[in-house]
Write a protein that binds this ligand. Structure first.
Ligand SMILES: [Zn+2]
Length: 287
């Protein structure tokens, strides 16, 4: 019997994080009262990133600029200030290595939301300065009344399977030896299934069917939603788009298990722990 503890873990950044308390967002008076309550806390930032403690937890203080309402953690209302665009901000990938999984969902929400406000101060319709409304979960233009919402950019990331082998690829910026799932942005007017099929055909030249959703993951760099899928390839002949990929090839179940076990004869380096590609591979191995 497969015990719950035997199941591969959920993707990093998964989980509710905290009660987002949507019903309070439009109640200005309630938000003001929450911001000055004894339990209220505001996220601490440095150089465009949330400050992490030595054990990888988010750092909080008494609110001084509670511009965005993140939600309620137990009895504690949580806020953050809008972060200005920092051109030379350090990469958040370093912070991710330290970040505690329990604080990861809130880290993702706060980073995406705060940076979106920093980059979207003006109305896309008429160019006027917009104002923060709904506790920070949208901006409204006083001039043309348009309302603008924090964007979420869906990205499909997928493992194509053919006769118990999986297709993995290498992007040019990967460290030596790493292979991972192929991925691409969903385009307007496209289903997730169509995006999976299109990307696999464009990047690897294969045709697929039976696309199945597996899991998703917010990826706050700056605002992606990774949608993890499996797909069945019709055949294994590859035609690789070398503008996108250094290489792509099929890996056997044994090769993938060896890579995850860190065996000395492993033929590739698997994706890092925070990547949903790793979760997809773990699910496939466990199936
Ligand atoms: Zn406008």
């Amino acid at each position: 019997m497969l015990l719950t503890t035997d199941l591969p873990p959920e993707p990093f950044f998964s989980g509710a994080g905290l009660d987002r308390a949507d019903a309070l967002r439009s109640d200005q008076a309630a938000l003001k009262a929450l911001a000055v309550s004894a339990d209220a806390r505001e996220l601490q930032w440095q150089d465009g990133l949330p400050v992490l403690s030595v054990d990888g937890r988010l750092s909080w203080s008494t609110p001084s600029s509670p511009e965005l309402f993140l939600g309620i953690d137990g009895t504690s209302p949580r806020f953050t200030a809008i972060q200005p665009v920092v051109p030379d901000a350090p990469s958040a990938f370093g912070a991710m290595a330290l970040l505690h999984p329990d604080d990861a969902p809130l880290f993702a929400a706060a980073l995406s939301l705060s940076r979106w406000h920093g980059r979207h101060r003006f109305c896309a319709g008429c160019g006027q300065l917009t104002e923060v409304v709904r506790g920070g979960w949208s901006r409204r233009c006083a001039d043309c009344s348009a309302e603008h919402f924090p964007r979420v950019d869906p990205v499909v990331i997928m493992l194509a399977e053919h006769e118990d082998r999986l297709l993995l690829g290498r992007q040019p910026h990967y460290p030596p030896g790493r292979y991972s799932a192929l991925a691409g942005f969903v385009e307007v007017g496209e289903t997730l299934e169509a995006a999976v099929a299109r990307e696999l055909h464009e990047e690897a030249g294969i045709r697929v069917r039976n696309v199945r959703y597996v899991a998703s993951q917010p990826w706050p760099f700056p605002s992606s939603l990774m949608v993890g899928c499996f797909a069945q390839a019709d055949d294994d002949a590859l035609s690789i788009d070398t503008n996108e990929l250094d290489d792509a090839r099929w890996f056997t179940r044994r090769e993938i298990a060896a890579a995850f076990a860190g065996q000395p004869d492993a033929t590739f380096l698997p994706p890092p722990k925070a990547a949903i590609a790793r979760t997809l591979l773990e699910r496939w191995l466990a199936a």
